[in-house]
Design a protein. Structure first.
Length: 622
C-alpha cells in the first residue's frame, strides 16, 4: 500500500501503513522545532492513530437521541494539540481534502456499526476551507448515500468559507449527495446571518457562549428566543450546545430550542458498544417539571389538522392518490422513516404536471426519479408545547402561508393551517383586550396571576413580586377631580412600563408590569441581583413622587399638602401624592410557595410600606 508522506520539501510517497503512529508525533515535533530536515510525516499512520468519540444530540421534550456529533480524539499520539492544528498542517501539505475524506470514512464506519444506526443522524464537522472545492468530501453523489443516509455536515462559524465561494451553490451539491447541513458555533464566528441565509441549513447549533448561564442572563435569553423564532419560521431546527446544568436545560427548552448537546446529557464516548436511543436524564427532568400542560398546548392540540403524512420514499403516483383521497387537502406533509418531518408538498405545484399534456406520464416515469424529494419544500416547524404568543409572533408572516408543521417529541403531529393561525391570532387579541386595563393598556389580573404562578414555578432564578399603590388617592381624587386622578394613574403607568421595558436597568433581569385596577399596580422582576432590583424599585417610587408634583398648582406644591375630607368625613391635611409598595422576595431554589402566600405577605405589610421613609417594605420568604 502506498502512503502519502510529507517533508519540508513537499509531498512524497513510499512509507507503508505498518509504520505506526508513535514515532510520527516525535518526528513532527522535530520538524516544527527546526530539526530533522529529512524526516517525513506519515499522514496515513497518523490518521490511523486518531479515533472518534460520539456525543449525543437529544430531543428536549422526549429525550430521544436525534443524532451524534463525531468528535476527533487521539491527537496526543500524532504530535498535534488539537483538530485545528492537524487540519492546518494538512492544508499546508496540500492534503486537507484527502485527510478530511479519510477521517469522515472512519466516523461513518463507526456510525454504521452502531446498533440501530439508521434511527440517529451523524453530525460531521466539515472544514470551511473545503466548501465549494471539487475535492471536498460529500460533494458528489455517491450511490451508497441518499437523503436517509443520516449524514449532517457541520459548517463551523469559527473559520470563514473561502473568498469568492458561492455558499448556496456549494451547499446544494452537498444536499444532492444526501447530506443535511448544520451551522456550528453559531453566533461567535465570521458570517453569522449571511451564512444562515446562504446555507439554508437544516440545523443551527448555538454556541456554548450563549447557553452558559442563560437561565440568569436576560440578554442571552432574548437573543436565543429571537433566533429560535426566526429559525423555526424558516424550517430550521435549533440545537443548544454545551448544556451543563438543569436550569440551562429548562431555559433552552422553554425558549424553543429543539435539541440539546452537553455534559448534562452525556459526555463524548469512545466506547460505542452500548449507546442508548433515549436518555433518562431528559425524561426525568421533564417529569420533574411541576408545570402542567398549558392552555396554549391544549389549544394547539385542538386546532391542528391531523393530516396523514406521506413517507419520502413513497412513489409520486401515491402522491396523486393522496390528494384524491384527502379531498380538500391542499398540502401533503412529508416525513422520513422515523416520522421526522421533512417539509410539505403543495397540491398547486402538481398542477403543472397534472394539467400538462404529458404530465401524468412524467410523474409515473421512474427513470426521472420516483421519490418525492424534489417536490418537497421546507416549511416552518413548531413544537406543540410552544407558547401560543411565540407561535403567533414567529409564524404570522408569509413564511407560514402554506401551513406550519407541528411536532411532538420531534415526531410529526399535524399541520397548523394559515386559517387556524388567524383564528389563534384573533383569540389572543380578544383575550388581551378583555384582560387589558382600558386606561393604561397594561395587562390585567389574569395575566398577573399567570406571571406569579410562572415565577413560583421558576426556582432557577430569584424573583421580586411587588404590589404598588398610591397613598391617600381617594382624597386626591375627590379634591382635584377624576381627570387629575386619571392623569396620575397614567403618569405612574408610563413610569412602570418604561421600568419594565428596560428591566429597571438591572443587568440580567426580566420584568412584567400589570394593572390590578384603580391605583393598584403589580411589578414582577425575575433575575438580577436582589439589592440592585430593590434599589431601582425605590428610585421608581421617588421619581413618581417628583412627577406627581406637576399635578398641583404652585401654592400647593410650596405648602407640601392640601386640605380634604378623609374617609370619615373629617377635614384634614394630606401630603402630596406618592406611591408605596410591598416587595416580596422569592430567592432562587425556593419551592412550595403559592400565589395565596404571596397575597398574604402583601396584605400583611401594606401599612408598613406606607409608613416607611422610602415607601418600600421588603418581605423575604424563605
Amino acid at each position: 500500500m502506498t502512503v502519502l508522506t510529507t517533508t519540508k520539501a513537499g509531498i512524497q510517497a513510499g512509507q507503508t501503513e505498518s509504520d505506526r503512529a508513535e514515532p510520527y508525533g516525535a518526528s513532527w515535533s522535530a520538524i516544527r522545532s527546526g530539526q530533522g530536515e529529512g524526516v517525513a510525516f506519515d499522514w496515513v499512520a497518523a490518521t490511523g492513530a486518531l479515533s472518534y468519540a460520539f456525543q449525543p444530540i437529544v430531543q428536549l421534550r422526549s429525550g430521544r437521541c436525534h443524532g451524534y456529533e463525531a468528535l476527533l480524539r487521539g491527537f496526543e499520539r500524532t504530535g498535534f494539540a488539537n483538530a485545528a492544528e492537524l487540519l492546518d498542517a494538512a492544508e499546508a501539505a496540500g492534503l486537507l481534502a484527502v485527510l478530511e475524506t479519510a477521517l469522515h470514512a472512519k466516523a461513518v464506519a463507526a456510525y454504521r456499526a452502531l446498533s440501530g444506526w439508521s434511527e440517529a443522524k451523524l453530525f460531521l464537522n466539515l472544514d470551511a476551507r473545503l466548501v465549494g472545492r471539487p475535492d471536498s468530501p460529500w460533494i458528489s453523489c455517491d450511490p451508497g448515500t441518499s437523503r436517509n443516509s443520516g449524514i449532517v455536515l457541520e459548517l463551523s462559524e469559527n473559520r470563514p468559507v473561502g473568498r469568492g465561494v458561492a455558499v448556496d451553490a456549494a451547499v446544494d451539491r452537498y444536499r444532492q449527495s444526501g447530506s443535511g447541513i448544520a451551522i456550528d458555533d453559531f453566533g461567535v464566528g465570521h458570517s453569522g446571518l449571511r451564512t444562515l441565509y446562504e446555507a439554508r441549513p437544516d440545523y443551527v447549533k448555538i454556541d456554548r457562549f450563549f447557553i452558559a448561564g442563560i437561565d440568569a442572563d436576560a440578554r442571552k435569553r432574548a437573543l436565543v428566543a429571537a433566533l429560535a423564532g426566526h429559525a423555526h419560521a424558516l424550517g430550521i431546527q435549533i440545537v443548544a450546545e454545551g448544556v451543563e446544568t438543569e436550569t440551562e436545560f429548562y431555559t433552552c427548552r422553554d425558549l424553543g430550542c429543539d435539541f440539546a448537546q452537553g455534559f448534562l446529557i452525556a459526555r463524548p464516548r469512545l466506547d460505542l458498544t452500548s449507546l442508548p436511543n433515549r436518555y433518562p436524564v431528559i425524561e426525568d427532568l421533564n417529569r420533574r417539571d411541576r408545570r402542567q400542560p398549558s392552555e396554549a398546548h391544549r389549544r394547539l392540540s385542538e386546532v391542528i389538522e391531523r393530516l396523514p403524512p406521506l413517507r419520502v420514499d413513497s412513489r409520486k403516483t401515491e402522491l396523486l392518490d393522496y390528494f384524491r383521497r384527502e379531498g380538500s387537502a391542499a398540502i401533503a406533509p412529508i416525513i422520513d422513516e422515523h416520522d421526522r418531518p421533512l417539509g410539505l408538498i403543495l397540491e398547486r405545484d402538481l398542477k403543472r404536471f397534472v394539467y400538462s399534456r404529458f404530465g401524468g406520464e412524467l410523474l409515473r416515469n421512474r427513470g426521472l426519479g420516483d421519490r418525492l424529494d424534489d417536490l418537497v419544500i421546507r416549511s416552518p416547524v413548531c413544537d406543540i408545547s410552544t407558547p401560543l404568543d411565540r407561535v403567533i409572533e414567529a409564524f404570522s408572516t408569509e413564511s407560514a402561508a402554506d401551513g406550519i408543521v407541528i411536532v411532538e417529541g420531534g415526531a410529526y403531529a399535524g399541520v397548523l393551517s394559515s386559517g387556524a393561525l388567524l383564528r389563534l391570532v384573533h383569540e389572543r387579541n380578544l383575550a388581551m383586550a378583555t384582560d387589558q386595563n382600558p386606561l393604561t393598556r397594561l395587562p390585567g389580573n389574569a395575566a398577573i396571576v399567570r406571571h406569579i404562578e410562572g415565577a413560583l414555578d421558576d426556582s432557577a432564578r430569584g424573583h421580586v413580586l411587588a404590589y404598588l399603590d398610591f397613598d391617600n388617592f381617594k382624597p386626591f381624587n375627590d379634591n382635584f377631580g377624576f381627570r387629575q386622578g386619571d392623569r396620575a394613574i397614567l403618569m405612574f403607568s408610563e413610569r412602570l412600563k418604561a421600568w419594565a421595558g428596560g428591566a429597571g436597568a438591572v443587568i440580567d433581569a426580566d420584568a412584567f408590569a400589570g394593572h390590578i385596577g384603580g391605583d393598584d399596580f403589580f411589578l414582577g422582576v425575575s433575575g438580577g441581583t436582589e439589592g440592585e432590583v430593590l434599589a431601582r424599585l425605590t428610585e421608581l417610587l421617588a421619581l413618581f413622587r417628583s412627577d406627581a408634583e406637576s399635578l398641583y398648582d404652585a401654592e400647593t406644591r410650596v405648602s407640601g399638602g392640601f386640605l380634604a375630607k378623609d374617609r370619615y368625613g373629617a377635614l384634614r391635611r394630606f401630603p402630596l401624592l406618592a406611591a408605596s409598595g410591598v416587595a416580596v422576595v422569592v430567592p432562587p431554589g425556593q419551592h412550595g410557595l403559592t400565589p395565596d402566600a404571596i397575597n398574604a405577605a402583601i396584605a400583611d405589610h401594606k401599612a408598613a410600606a406606607k409608613e416607611a421613609e422610602d415607601k418600600l417594605c421588603v418581605v423575604r420568604l424563605a
